[in-house]
Write a protein that binds this ligand. Structure first.
Ligand SMILES: NC(=O)c1ccc[n+]([C@@H]2O[C@H](COP(=O)([O-])OP(=O)(O)OC[C@H]3O[C@@H](n4cnc5c(N)ncnc54)[C@H](OP(=O)(O)O)[C@@H]3O)[C@@H](O)[C@H]2O)c1
Length: 270
């Protein structure tokens, strides 16, 4: 990656996206410029971040340099967006603005950043360890070279899916909220083991090994989830007894409604 990259808001998720690019030498820290809001964050990153980067505090005179970068990632909280003022005045440059803000629409971005071409990206926290899922919705007039530049930012640390914008909310519900749902399921199943007398830590390890093993089995054998379920459910056995309880407690419906609810909440941010 040769051209300069800027990040507006170098918080948790921005660090998760950018740090692996430094680690893998895809991006040189010298070509990276970022902006934070407070002096405290600026000093914290200067003193503790493992790379020496060009970092500025919002509204300082020096910080205007970030608007010269051809690719900017916008990574503030949605409620902080109102404080970001576009300083790129030259509409002919048509630099790229890649927003990772949950639920903020392309239409809203284009209004706030009229001198940029805008892209909406949804990614998730497993990107931190190179196992993320990233969804991209392109705005208008984005060249193939610019699309490649955006893909390069995410392809080393996540699987990329390109969508029409109206599918990003449900993508976000499944992949960004999903890790919390899975964590809750792991916790609850482990508590089941605990209730049966297993030590907490062992119970959690067993649950995680079982989930990883189940996913690998489905992927490696191309079994459908229904075929796998039928394979381990014998007449009058333990598994059908467990599944009966879950059907009775409407687990399936609760999970469907949880995903739909997260998607609807994302739409409310628009
Ligand atoms: N966390 C996730 O799993 C996840 C996943 C996908 C997408 N997202 C999206 O990613 C975005 C960031 O989330 P996060 O968890 O990384 O938040 P975060 O850790 O709070 O980071 C926000 C960053 O924005 C900076 N900032 C705030 N106001 C600013 C301003 N006026 N000018 C420049 N910088 C400013 C903050 O600086 P200070 O520290 O100085 O305040 C901080 O560096 C959100 O919009 C969220 O929807 C998050």
């Amino acid at each position: 990656m040769t051209s300069k990259i800027a990040v507006i808001g170098f918080g948790n998720i921005a660090k998760a996206i950018i740090t692996p690019l430094f680690d893998k030498k895809i991006l040189n820290p010298k070509d990276f410029y970022c902006l934070v809001n407070t002096k405290k964050s600026l000093e914290n990153i200067r003193n503790n971040y493992k790379y020496n980067i060009n970092i500025f505090q919002a509204n300082s005179k020096d910080s205007e340099i970030i608007w010269d970068c051809p690719v900017k990632i916008l990574s503030v909280k949605p409620q902080q967006l109102k404080n970001i003022i576009e300083l790129e005045k030259n509409k002919n440059n048509r630099n790229l603005l890649v927003s990772i803000l949950a639920g903020v629409s392309l239409e809203k971005l284009i209004k706030r950043f009229p001198n940029h071409k805008c892209v909406r990206v949804v990614t998730n926290i497993p990107i931190t360890i190179g196992k993320g899922s990233t969804g991209i919705a392109w705005g208008d007039e984005i060249s193939e070279n610019q699309k490649e530049a955006v893909r390069r930012l995410f392809e080393n640390t996540s699987k990329i899916n390109e969508f029409p914008e109206d599918l990003l909310d449900i993508f976000l519900a499944l992949t960004s909220s999903g890790p919390a749902i899975i964590a809750l399921i792991i916790e609850a199943l482990s508590d089941g083991g605990l209730s049966g007398g297993l030590p907490k830590q062992l119970s959690e390890e067993l649950v995680m090994d079982m989930i990883l093993g189940t996913i690998s089995l489905i992927r490696e054998t191309n079994l459908t989830t229904t075929e796998l379920k039928n394979m381990v459910t014998s007449p009058g056995g333990t598994t059908i007894s467990a599944l009966r309880v879950l059907e009775n407690k409407s687990l399936r419906s609760a999970l469907i409604e949880a995903v739909v609810s997260a998607s609807n909440r994302s739409k409310e941010f628009r």
